[in-house]
Ligand binder design. Sequence first.
Ligand code: C5J
Length: 221
Amino acid sequence: MKTMTATPFDYAFDLATTALIVIDMQRDFIEAGGFGAALGNDVTRLQAIVPTVARLIGGARAAGLMVVHTRECHRPDLSDLPPAKRDRGNPALRIGDPGPMGRLLIAGEPGADILPELAPAPGELVIDKPGKGAFYATGLSGALQARGIRQILFAGVTTEVCVQTTMREANDRGYDCLIVTDATESYFPEFKAAAIAMMTAQQGIVGWAAPSDAVLEALDA
Ligand code: C5J
């Protein structure tokens, strides 16, 4: 087992049983003209973490970790998009409507793609998910079990929505979860801080948190 300094206390992990899950680093959330911008958000906050996420993915690959990427997106016929989800947001620009990067949050459209600088390597698992959590209605659980994964490192966007939801799902499934604090971001800095504080409070009620430097140092040690 390796150990890294983390909040609220040291995090123990084994390279053979640890996965890095990178949540929704998609053009639709991070570039102008996408779904996140259609909701009125400032996407530049999210753009700022891209080099850190790239460094983290590089370190995980070099250490031999399982690397998983997720994309929040829906089928072109919208059959996996509940009206409750479609009807919220900007009524003039909803999921499935055409935008500058194709139909918003639709699988196969340019906006649903992962940023080219964070593109999955051949053989890495890519999970398309219709919900905020990556375990809901996907094959993630089976894929992690098949690899014997027991610890999960989390990066991606947005901290308090898809990252937090997935980390909570994973915690309930028995994984030791750690969020990499500078490899995740929110459109709302106060929500990011609150999400990390909530998850690590009460002796790590949902999991641990550590910055990428600590994670990369531990992976390399
Ligand atoms: C949102 C996500 N914020 N990936 N999705 O709708 O966090």
